[in-house]
Ligand binder design. Structure first.
Ligand code: URA
Length: 262
């Protein structure tokens, strides 16, 4: 039912060198922009991100490694100063589905991996309910560093906040690069913050959720079908939202089963 790791490639590997080159260009442009805007403190070596953004071998994996290195080297906004670890994103680079949250919390900051706290454990169960897993999907966030209420207390729990529009804009090059690199058929945005930011609109999540949209990006071979749903953390606070998410996951499963694998 789902596409596991190690299955035959989807015929896109031939394009990987072009993709790697494009990703490299995008990352350099993103980081140059941050430097020009003086968003990167002088302490951050300007050459490191650019060098890391040039994949040694032009493969999808190399392009992803370059992206991960660029995220780890990034000081494109002040979130980079307080974080313990950047959280680039992870999963199957050929995934049909990409899940996108708002930003890392305490646990993610500790481990450098997305959705590993309580909300993440619930996300694992939500994915499993329709035959998906961390290994068969790709998981990322709008911002790659932990937004904290009090950045001088990175070791305190309960110090989380939503990323600001400015922080998401500073980080946007990374999520867009990830979407181009994975080129998923389906994107599930988790919660109001990621849904509104990615769609660039202010509609409340109660109206966005469950309604299929399309996301086009320059350089993306075909628009991704995008489904906003509630954030798993919201379900922990408000269990009555689970029914809606279950409906959304059934809709995702049906769309996946009905769409040819590109
Ligand atoms: N919430 C998010 O939006 N992302 C994470 O990675 C964890 C919690």
């Amino acid at each position: 039912m789902t596409r596991g790791i190690g299955r035959p490639p989807r015929g896109r590997e031939a394009d990987s060198s072009t993709e790697a080159a494009r990703l490299s260009r995008e990352l350099r442009a993103h980081l140059r922009h941050a430097h020009e805007d003086d968003l990167i403190p002088a302490a951050a070596p300007a050459s490191k991100p650019s060098a890391a953004a040039r994949p040694a071998a032009p493969t999808r994996e190399a392009a992803h490694r370059a992206l991960v290195e660029a995220v780890r080297a990034c000081r494109g906004c002040p979130l980079g100063d307080a974080r313990r670890n950047a959280v680039p994103g992870e999963g199957d680079l050929n995934a049909r589905v990409m899940f996108i949250g708002e930003g890392p919390g305490f646990d993610e900051d500790r481990l450098g991996r997305p959705f590993v706290g309580r909300a993440g454990q619930l996300l694992d169960r939500i994915m499993a309910s329709i035959g998906l897993s961390r290994e068969s999907a790709y998981i990322a966030n709008m911002v790659k560093c932990h937004p904290m209420k009090n950045p001088s207390s990175p070791d305190s729990r309960g110090n989380d906040r939503a990323p600001t529009p400015e922080e998401m804009e500073a980080c946007r090059g990374f999520i867009e690069s990830q979407i181009r690199l994975i080129a998923p058929q389906f994107i599930v945005t988790l919660g109001a913050v990621a849904s509104k930011a990615l769609l660039r609109e202010e509609t409340p999540i109660s109206q966005l959720r469950g309604r299929w949209r399309e996301l086009s990006l320059e350089g993306l071979p075909a628009p991704a079908r995008l489904l906003p749903t509630y954030h798993p953390a919201a379900l922990l606070r408000q269990p009555d939202l689970k029914r809606a998410v279950w409906e959304d996951m059934k809709s995702l499963r049906a769309a996946m089963d009905g769409a040819p694998r590109s």
